[in-house]
Design a protein around this ligand. Structure first.
Ligand code: SF4
Ligand code: MSK
Length: 641
């Protein structure tokens, strides 16, 4: 009797926990289903990890060499130095720099894969991709100083790709060519003066690994300076190339109406979820899913609706904004998509793929298909995506998914009904076009105070935060205060799901922003793409700063990553700080064990580069701080508050 009551009590508590896990109603519904079916998700595993290691949370655990691991006692009663003598400042900074390097490497390697395929396309051994946006390519060539007059498009493409390839590992001290082409002159001269001009992406990442090896760089400030250099290599070259080459090959996004949330899965169709980051795979899967033979096969197996491709995370953003492929959710919903019981396959490339997908899928009929040699998961089916025969390769993957429809157990299918309409795809070109081809209307709205400022909100979801809640709260607070919000990644998916990308959301904006949005027919929050597309924000802000004749650090602009989890977010936040921005983090990074590191990140950085980090877990307070920062910048510009 007592045992049964205890069980009931636990169940009530778990129910309450599921309600608190997210502000997205699909989440508690599917967490309940997961529990009934004995399936664990990230939320369950997060609970099992409690209490998380205090040393790890503070950043004062080091395992960089065989004399360790070493831990510093944050209260000063125990050891204050590791075996080698490294103190909390050195250890925490080295750890953070390694995370930043991993983030930069991830974006850079993503770019390298696209550049390689672009090279293959130019040379003719890659036949299934094409140049979809010649104007974009001509624009890149012009920015890089390539003479285009009298040259054919392939010749220009070859010259562009040659420069791009060298960005990863060119020798010498010459700055990165893409950074040189796109960053404003004032910023470049500051970075040169500080000695943090990045030279090559791989080189800067390698140098982080070298400096953080035992017995090399122990000086937190010196380490951070190189960290900023590495992050700049990411934002102004690695991520930027990923964006520019994707646009060239798949088209520059334009505003498009889409549907978002798990309700986009269909009972009557084969459901395939593309997940990861690189559009090379997801664009092909979306294309071949329309192949009449595969659609017929699906129908012959009872899927009357044919093949339904949906997205997850950033590769989802890539096909969402270019093809209008619906998006099933953001990071923390990847397992829940399988829990619906309606997913025939999850097809992944890399980054943000939980290895647990395989465990969850083992409780259903879903096949997890890995496709990249550098991202295999034990228990998944590995079908290497061969870019040289991309269409055929994608068809083989889709066929496997379609054939799996016969294994779906109809009685176990539950698809939440929630789905939301959104307008996405605001590339810099699309924003300019909405503004009539010039930045002046935006500049004027900023000067007069109709729009008080611009905020870039980015990043992930994280079980440490109620899913989507900080993303939504911060965005609503900002737009209500006449701050135009732009952003990428899982923030963008959250906004799609919660109705903030509908033009009608302008009603939630302050009177000035509302007027501008209504005049232009745009929502008050704009989808600029995937994580690598944070580079679009850099390009837009650089152009705005040049238009206004000020430095980027003078702009009434702030950034935020309210629910970040990824090392890539560390790199993104850092390149925005190095570019002069105030960047809020809503999840406390593992730095608190080093007061010196905290001091540099939240104060000292501003003296060097004009930008700094600000950590606040309460989204209301964070939004207030961002608005106050914007007011301060307006005050300095002499603009009305
Ligand atoms: Fe310990 Fe120093 Fe080795 Fe780190 S580098 S594990 S602090 S001895
Ligand atoms: S997918 S890096 S969870 S935004 Fe780019 Fe989302 Fe963060 Fe991955």
């Amino acid at each position: 009797m007592e045992g049964r009551m205890y069980e009931r009590l636990l169940r009530v508590m778990r129910r309450e926990f599921y309600q608190q896990a997210s502000v997205d109603p699909t989440v508690p519904q599917l967490l309940e289903k997961a529990e009934e079916e004995g399936v664990e998700t990230a939320w369950h595993r997060y609970l099992k990890q409690q209490p998380q290691c205090g040393f790890g949370l503070l950043g004062v655990c080091c395992k960089n060499c065989g004399m360790g691991p070493c831990r510093i006692d944050p209260f000063g009663y125990g050891p204050t130095k590791g075996v080698c003598g490294a103190d909390a400042d050195t250890i925490a900074t080295r750890n953070l720099m390694r995370a930043l390097a991993a983030g930069t490497a991830s974006h850079g390697d993503h770019a390298r894969d696209i550049v390689e395929v672009f090279r293959g396309m130019v040379e003719g051994w890659v036949k299934d991709y094409r140049i979809a946006d010649e104007q974009k390519l001509l624009g890149i060539a012009k920015a890089l100083g390539i003479e285009t007059e009298g040259k054919g498009i392939l010749e220009i493409a070859r010259e562009v790709v040659e420069i791009a390839e060298m960005e990863f590992g060119k020798p010498g001290e010459e700055p990165l060519r893409f950074l040189n082409a796109y960053a404003p002159a004032r910023r470049k001269s500051l970075w040169s003066k500080l000695g943090i001009m990045p030279r090559a992406i791989d080189r800067e990442v390698t140098e982080v690994m070298h400096r953080t090896h035992m017995g090399v760089d122990a000086d937190p400030l010196n380490l951070i300076a190189h960290g900023l250099r590495t992050a700049l290599a990411d934002g102004w070259s690695g991520s930027m190339m990923a964006t520019l080459f994707s646009d060239t090959m798949f088209g520059t996004p334009k505003p498009i109406k889409v549907m978002a949330n798990l309700g986009v899965l269909r009972e009557d169709a084969v459901n395939i979820m593309v997940h990861g980051h690189n559009p090379l795979l997801s664009m092909k899967i979306a294309e071949v899913a329309k192949d009449p033979e595969l659609v017929e096969l699906a129908k012959s197996l009872g899927a009357e609706g044919g093949v339904n491709v949906v997205g997850m995370c950033c590769t989802g953003n890539e096909v969402l904004m270019r093809l209008g492929i619906p998006i099933a959710g953001n990071f923390l919903q990847q397992e829940l998509a399988i829990v619906t019981g309606a997913l025939e396959a999850v097809v992944v490339d890399y980054q943000c793929i939980m290895p647990a997908l395989v465990d969850v899928a083992s409780c259903y009929h879903t096949k997890v298909i890995t496709t990249d040699p550098k991202a295999k998961v034990p228990g998944a089916i590995h079908m290497e995506f061969d870019k040289a025969r991309a269409t055929e390769s994608a068809k083989e993957i889709v066929k496997l998914a379609v054939e799996n429809f016969k294994n779906r157990v109809k009685e176990r299918v539950f698809i939440p009904k929630e789905r939301m309409e959104a307008v996405v795809g605001f590339s810099v070109e699309a924003i300019l076009s909405a503004l009539g081809g010039t930045l002046e209307p935006l500049a004027e709205a900023l000067r007069t105070g109709k729009i008080k400022g611009i905020a870039g909100v980015v990043g992930c979801t994280n079980p440490k935060v109620r899913q989507d809640s900080s993303l939504v709260t911060i965005t609503k607070e900002l737009i209500a205060n006449d701050v135009l919000v732009v952003g990428t990644g899982c923030w963008a998916i959250a906004m799609s799901k919660h109705g903030l990308f509908k033009p009608e959301a302008a009603e939630l904006a302050g009177s000035g922003l509302k007027e501008v949005c209504k005049a232009l027919g745009i929502p008050p929050a704009l989808h600029m793409g995937s994580c690598v597309d944070c580079s679009r924000m850099l390009i837009a802000l650089a152009a705005l700063a040049d238009h206004l004749g000020v430095d980027m650090s003078d702009l009434p602009v702030a950034g935020s990553a309210p629910e970040w989890y990824s090392e890539k977010a560390v790199a993104i936040g850092s390149y925005f700080v190095a570019s002069g921005l105030f960047v809020h983090l809503g999840v406390v990074p593992p730095v608190l064990g080093s007061p010196k590191l905290v001091e540099i990140l939240t104060k000292g950085a501003e003296e060097l580069v004009g930008g700094k980090f600000f950590v606040e877990t309460d989204p209301q307070k964070a939004a207030k701080a961002m608005i106050e920062h914007i007011r301060e910048k307006r005050r300095k510009l002499g603009w009305p508050l």
